[in-house]
Ligand binder design. Structure first.
Ligand code: SAM
Ligand code: SF4
Ligand code: SF4
Length: 309
């Protein structure tokens, strides 16, 4: 499920708020990737990976909580040693599954995994090899192009999208070229702005408008590779240096709850954080991405229409 397709859940959120189970969970299986991106410092982090046994145990717990969809991100999901097995286990439990990848890791099992995915997004910030290598800090342009070519021939193109991260004064000239590449390959295309930190601070237009209420923390969370659970990747500040990650907004760490996700999710601290973020915008919310704030717009519209109560 895309999180902004929230209408079926507005009633649940309105009535149950912090008692709602999550609808969608992003699992950052590992913080390793094959890039050194100029706009993301995750490649410097040393958090490691979530153990496969713990991931599988979490999947069982998510099923009991009626979680609908899992997003695999990171780091790069394809840098995770047991990725095939994990995809298989997610698929067996009938979760919707989305994967975000830079696409520059050799992978030979696209035929096996594509039918199991709800969506697949390749983060491609440049078409020209030199530009791509500069932005992604990688020499594996050919691997990335080969993965795109392979996937485009396998008949699941409606699930696949190229995501372009716009960096002012860096790759604006590449947007049209990446869009054309997506067209040629039969994939979708979407562009979004880079989230701000340090050198990008002055290059970013912030939203002038955000909904007052944010329901995202009631229905979504992100589990980082060290077990920390955050309400969303934006308040976490997930692309920055590790020391700038906002651990003050953490809901908790699953390790402190003996890997019992439900206990963490419904804990007093987690609920306080969810309620705080429902009622208050914090500085990071100024770069809230479309996929999150569109759910809040939908929620506000539903409230205005008196869809419930
Ligand atoms: C952190 S990456 C993890 C998945 C994978 N490593 C990848 O690059 O697709 C998730 C997404 O964040 C995007 N991203 C990286 N740095 C960003 C930033 N500073 N602001 C906004 N998005 C960013 C990436 O382009 C990617 O689409
Ligand atoms: S954007 Fe993705 S590939 Fe690039 S450094 Fe961050 S996690 Fe790694
Ligand atoms: S408004 Fe803030 S808390 Fe809500 S999803 Fe956006 S960044 Fe996260």
């Amino acid at each position: 499920m895309q999180i902004h397709k929230i209408t079926p859940y507005v009633k649940m959120v309105q009535y149950f708020k912090e008692q709602c189970p999550p609808v969608s969970i992003q699992l950052n299986l590992t913080n390793y990737c094959a890039c050194k991106c100029i706009m993301c410092k995750k490649h410097e982090w040393k958090l490691g990976s979530i153990e496969p046994d713990i991931v599988i145990n979490l999947l069982d717990q998510f099923k009991k909580l009626n979680v609908e969809s899992i997003v695999l991100s990171g780091g790069d999901p394809f840098a995770y040693h047991n990725i095939l097995h994990i995809i298989e286990e997610i698929s067996k439990r009938d979760f919707k599954l989305g994967i975000l990848t830079a696409g520059n890791i050799q992978f030979d099992y696209w035929t096996a995994i594509l039918p199991k995915l709800t969506w697949l997004r390749f983060s491609i910030d440049a078409y020209d090899q030199e530009q791509w290598s500069h932005i992604r800090g990688s020499s594996r342009y050919d691997v990335m192009r080969q993965n795109l070519e392979t996937v485009s021939k396998l008949g699941h193109n409606d699930k696949v999208r190229l995501n372009f991260c716009k960096i002012k004064n860096v790759n604006e000239d590449q947007e049209e070229k990446v869009r054309n590449l997506a067209n040629e390959l039969g994939f979708g295309f979407a562009a979004h702005d880079v989230r701000t930190f340090e050198e990008f601070m002055h290059k970013q237009d912030h939203h002038s408008f955000l909904e007052q209420k944010c329901i995202v923390p009631y229905v979504h969370c992100l589990i980082e590779s060290d077990g920390s659970v955050f309400p969303c990747c934006t308040v976490m500040n997930e692309n920055d240096h590790l020391e700038n990650v906002n651990f003050e907004y953490v809901l908790g760490n699953i390790k402190d709850f003996n890997n019992d996700f439900g206990k963490l999710w419904f804990s007093e601290k987690a609920n306080e954080m969810k309620n705080m973020l429902y009622n208050n915008r914090v500085a990071e919310c100024s770069t809230c991405p479309e996929r999150y704030y569109s759910s809040n717009i939908e929620y506000s519209k539903a409230v205005d229409k008196g869809l419930f109560l």
